[in-house]
Ligand binder design. Structure first.
Ligand code: 5RP
Length: 224
């Protein structure tokens, strides 16, 4: 990873530790920024009752540090979710799913009282959509969904990658200029065969921690 980007991710991940209540149940996202956060959590000796993981990779990393990984079906609501993003706009709406974990990320974000997003400052944009928007699809619906996404104005590309943790496939949508994120999220959710879209607009982040190459962090909180 580019060193300046790594420094920004690390700064945001360290800042996020301040939001964690010891001995609580924590929702934990997926990606390189979250990996730094998990490692720092362990290095600082923070104890948790347990964690709910948004991917098998995150669950494995949490377990490797001795954290207990819990099933969301038995935890009830979660007070805090920490996760990264591929893009964030000033309303703290996000594009996520570069790491293919969008569906479980969306579920945990929905089940959490507070969502703190951690990212390096290169992820901040005015308008979402330069990063290809990931859509998780049921495999048999892939071509149909791709045609519907083209009708909505994008150029979907099939991600040549192993199946998601849920056994599905990803279409990365190039070319959306997302002026109305909530409306686009709803339209894509309405296509039969879509499992979820990596647009986090109806449930944006509550707090965005953006780290820069000097190691400074800008904190943005959503107005409610
Ligand atoms: C995974 C995600 C990640 O949060 C997103 O891709 C950012 O990753 P990174 O921290 O590696 O830049 O949505 O599905």
């Amino acid at each position: 990873m580019h060193t300046t980007i790594h420094k920004g991710k690390q700064a945001a991940a360290l800042k996020a530790l301040e939001f964690v209540t010891p001995d609580s149940i924590l929702g934990v996202g997926t990606g390189s920024t979250v990996n730094i956060f998990i490692d720092e959590l362990a290095a600082k000796g923070v104890r948790l009752e347990g964690a709910v993981a948004s991917s098998e990779a995150t669950a494995e990393r949490l377990r490797s540090h001795g954290f207990e990984v819990l099933d969301l079906n038995y935890t009830g609501g979660i007070s805090l979710y920490i996760d990264g993003a591929d893009e964030a706009n000033p309303a703290l709406q996000l594009i996520k799913g570069g790491g293919a974990a969008l569906t479980r990320e969306k579920i945990i974000a929905a089940a959490s009282k507070e969502f703190v997003c951690i990212a390096d400052s290169s992820k901040a944009v005015d308008v979402l959509g330069e990063f290809p928007l990931p859509v998780e699809v049921i495999p048999m619906a892939r071509s149909y969904v791709a045609r519907e996404l083209m009708a909505l104005g994008s150029d979907p590309e099939y991600r040549e990658a192993p199946r998601t943790d849920n056994g599905n496939q990803i279409l990365d949508c190039i070319g959306f200029s997302i002026d109305d994120p909530i409306s686009l999220e709803q339209q894509i959710n309405n296509i039969a065969g879509v499992v979820s879209v990596g647009l986090f607009a109806q449930r944006p982040a509550d707090v965005l921690l953006l780290g820069d190459e000097q190691g400074h962090v800008v904190t943005q909180a959503r107005e409610v």
